[in-house]
Design a protein around this ligand. Structure first.
Ligand code: COA
Length: 384
């Protein structure tokens, strides 16, 4: 199973998550602000199409509601990189200044911020890093890889590459980092998850306009023999699974121009069948975590903390009830989505970053993501 091309090791060293970092934008949008802007947009559209609505050839837009959002999702606010464009009823998406090729790109900028925090936390310098993985639900451009720009800005050596497994990008990247460290193709890996979700969310769609927020997380992973004992979290195992589904989708891509598509077509931003996702993914995620723990001869009850994907409070409630009978939002399965909303791949890493300080040596934890693909990734760790 470890007969990988490129592997250098006769025996495999342990791997430790030795640091974490979080970039959080300054702008916050509360549900009140969001709903006010959406309802103003809906009123404008309805006035614009008043005759067609009366004639029955155009469907009127319905108001959104704070009560619905909080009850259905648990989300109360979200951080975004630029709020004025999102809240402008004549626009309804963020406003970013284009940057020249000689300037650090926005996605790299927030990744470098989070990565520097994670490196400081790990006590490692940029020159010690020899691999950068930029794992995110959307990349700002096709190439050169975001990771290589981030690698250069950090003063890192080695190599960098981008990867996208939507909401599971972080856990899938942790497995890639772990394999590289075990195989000896890297000694210190930075995983960054810059999620500029505000640019690919359809803020004009009542069904989903409340879902996402912007953020960037970063982790440092190192060989365990290079991290002082008592520091960090040892990776006991990673387990990934995917199963194709159209229930969360975004058709934006390099073929759009050749297809003569209107860049504002609805399917070129995020869309989903939220209720189906909820129903189908909850049992998959719970069974996945249970099976992963069983493969390591562990039971869910032995786990001190579950850092779950943060998309919907009700989903986490069902997953954690099924696993250990606890509540989402308790210390067993902390929630961060009330403050951050769904931050795609970064959600479970934010939970890890904010709720790991109280774990004692030997305590077990599980980082688990679930989302588009479908994709599920789990990482079982033990506090050193
Ligand atoms: N304000 C008021 N009412 C709204 C609304 C809003 N913003 N959005 C939808 N509604 C209405 C719907 O029109 C529907 O009305 P109807 O019953 O008259 O048809 C009703 O509320 C229920 O809508 P539904 O979409 O079934 O809600 P839900 O309970 O499934 O909650 C989600 C919606 C998106 C919060 C929920 O399905 C979810 O979070 N699913 C998981 C999604 C996920 O994890 N995705 C991964 C993303 S990466």
């Amino acid at each position: 199973m470890w007969g990988l091309k490129g592997c250098m090791q006769a025996s495999f060293p342990g791997v430790v998550i030795s640091g974490s970092g979080l970039f959080r934008p300054a702008d916050v949008i509360t549900n009140d602000e969001l709903v006010t802007a959406f309802n103003a947009y809906a009123d404008r559209q309805n006035a614009l199409h008043a005759d067609a609505i009366v004639a029955g050839t155009h469907q009127a837009l319905t108001h959104s509601s704070v009560e619905f959002i909080e009850k259905a999702s648990g989300i109360r606010q979200r951080f975004v990189l630029e709020k004025s464009g999102v809240l402008d009823p004549a626009r309804m998406y963020p406003r970013f200044e284009p940057r020249g090729d000689d300037q650090l790109s926005l996605m790299a900028e927030i990744a470098v911020d989070a990565a520097r925090q994670a490196l400081a936390d790990a006590g490692v310098s940029g020159e010690q890093v020899d691999a950068v993985i930029c794992a995110s639900a959307n990349m700002q451009r096709a190439y050169p890889a975001m990771a290589i720009e981030i690698q250069q800005a950090l003063g890192a050596r080695g190599f960098g590459f981008d990867m996208n497994v939507a909401c599971s990008s972080a856990t899938f990247a942790i497995e890639q980092a772990t394999n590289a460290l075990r195989c000896g193709t890297a000694r210190c890996v930075v995983v960054v998850n810059p999620e500029i979700t505000s640019a690919h969310l359809e803020w004009r769609d009542r069904d989903c306009h409340f879902i996402f927020g912007d953020v960037c997380t970063a982790l440092v992973l190192q060989r365990s023999d290079e991290v002082p004992s008592g520091r960090g979290f040892e990776v006991l195992g990673t387990q990934l699974v995917t199963q194709f589904s159209n229930n969360i989708r975004n058709n934006f891509g390099f073929m759009n121009r050749a297809e003569d598509r209107d860049p504002k077509d609805r399917d070129l931003t995020f869309y989903q069948e939220g209720r189906k996702v909820f129903k189908e993914v909850v049992p998959m995620a719970a069974a996945h975590i249970e099976a992963h723990l069983a493969a390591l001869s562990l039971a869910p009850a032995q786990v001190r903390r579950f850092w779950l994907h943060q998309a919907n409070q009700g989903m986490n409630q069902l997953v954690i009830k099924k696993l250990v009978g606890a509540d989402a939002g308790s210390e067993v399965a902390p929630l961060i989505l009330d403050r951050y909303a769904n931050t795609a791949s970064a959600g479970s890493v934010i939970a890890f970053h904010e709720y790991r300080g109280d774990l004692q040596a030997g305590d077990l934890g599980v980082i688990c993501s679930f989302g588009a693909g479908y994709s599920i990734g789990s990482v079982v760790v033990r506090k050193r």
